[in-house]
Design a protein around this ligand. Structure first.
Ligand code: PMP
Length: 392
């Protein structure tokens, strides 16, 4: 292990000690969003949901809705949250809930695939670096309806395609639009998992054909497995609902009840209902991510080993101030001489990152989670800071 143990002035002096052994492998390859746990501990009482043994037993919720398994209070909470934040249009749109954005992405690909028998599988693309799970989500069943076709920017086939646009993007935090140049017929799915004010300025109300959001990255409640899609076309909404029906006959009502409750608590805070003793959620979450990014910059700016691209400022209509982005991941690039960033991190610093190849790019890049525990983050800073000293 190449970690030096003394003589670290400046940035290292500001890194608090951690309870993690210097020899332990730091698992920062996953994006488990536990960073906001402290906030929800403080909000404990107002977010508690009690469900009696006889309640929520039926499969059905609202048979007059296209998404018949969605609880009416779930739908209202989603619409209210988007109204408060101003990040997406929900008026005259269909809402489909799913077991996370993961199920809805697959449902959307299914819904946009050709329904005629004998048609070729439609190509699914996303611009590199793309979210590492898309390829497997599309290819796992070796479906005859759709197939993964890689980088959207280099798609040149004259065949119909589906482009997944992830904005802000996972892993690199950039704001994106569609990039395919082919003349063929193309359909879009917008994955807006990170289009929330703590990660990026809310510059406009998104209004695309299919927009996918997830509670996992909005509040950190990944364990509730709840995502939703906002859909313009009723036929697409019906097919997505059918997909969820065929894979899980709906979405847990316990989850829907809990998520609707927590969304309501967030919105009450902003709309001044009830007594809000704690900081408002997006103020808290942005403050925490901003602090982490500022500490990271201190370390990266002095690093001879790693670099990270800077994010431009933009005016946020939600916070009414100009701000940078504070993404959920660090998209790390190793400097000259280190060809495999993931192996360097693991072998020299005992940090497990997700390697660039998983995102369709060079191994010079690796993704590190910014949304783990404080201890993990501080230990990461310490080790990266030490790596810098090693190379001085
Ligand atoms: N899309 C993106 C861009 C993501 O980063 C994630 C989670 N890492 C997902 C979808 C999946 O989210 P969920 O937990 O809702 O399945």
């Amino acid at each position: 292990m190449v970690v030096a143990t003394n003589g670290f002035p400046s940035s290292n002096a500001t890194i608090p000690p951690t309870n993690i052994s210097p020899n332990a492998i730091l698992p920062l390859d996953r994006g488990d969003p536990v960073v906001f746990e402290e906030y929800w501990k403080k909000m404990c009482e107002s977010c508690t949901v009690v469900i009696k043994g006889w309640e929520l037993m039926s499969y059905l919720s609202d048979m007059s809705n296209v998404c018949w398994y969605m609880l009416p209070e779930m739908k209202e909470a989603i619409k209210r949250l988007h109204h408060v934040v101003g990040n997406a249009v929900t008026e005259d749109r269909y809402i489909v809930v799913g077991n996370g954005a993961t199920q809805l992405l697959q449902g959307a690909v299914f819904a946009l695939s050709p329904s005629e028998a004998n048609s070729q599988p439609i190509n699914v693309v996303a611009a590199v670096p793309y979210y590492s799970e898309y390829q497997d989500e599309v290819d796992i069943l070796r479906s005859g309806l759709y197939q993964w076709a890689g980088d959207a920017a280099s798609y040149e086939k004259n065949e119909p395609y589906i482009e997944v646009v992830t904005s802000p993007n996972n892993p690199d935090g950039t704001m994106r639009g569609p990039v395919v140049k082919s003349e063929a017929e193309g359909k879009l799915i917008h994955d807006l998992a990170y289009y929330w004010p703590h990660y990026t300025p809310i510059t406009h109300q998104a209004d695309h054909d299919i927009m996918i959001f997830t509670f996992s990255k909005c509040t950190g409640h990944a364990g509730s497995r709840l995502g939703w899609a906002i859909v313009k076309d009723i036929e697409v909404a019906k097919k997505m609902t059918r997909y969820v029906q065929m894979s899980s006959i709906g979405v847990s009502k316990e989850s829907q009840t809990r998520v609707a409750k927590i969304m309501g608590v967030i919105c009450d805070g902003y709309q001044n209902f009830g007594s809000m003793k704690s900081e408002l959620f997006f103020e808290y979450s942005k403050r925490i991510l901003k602090q982490r990014w500022e500490k990271l910059w201190e370390v990266i700016e002095e690093s001879k080993v790693f670099s990270v691209a800077k994010y431009p400022k933009a005016y946020c209509n939600f916070t009414n101030e100009s701000s940078e982005s504070f993404p959920g991941f660090i998209w790390l690039k190793c400097k000259e001489g280190i060809e495999d960033c993931g192996s360097y991190l693991l072998e020299k610093l005992k940090i497990r990152a997700r390697e660039g190849e998983r995102f369709g790019v060079s191994p010079k890049y690796a993704r590190i989670s910014m949304i783990g525990t404080d201890d993990e983050f501080n230990e990461f800073l310490k080790r990266v800071s030490n790596a810098k000293k090693e190379c001085d």
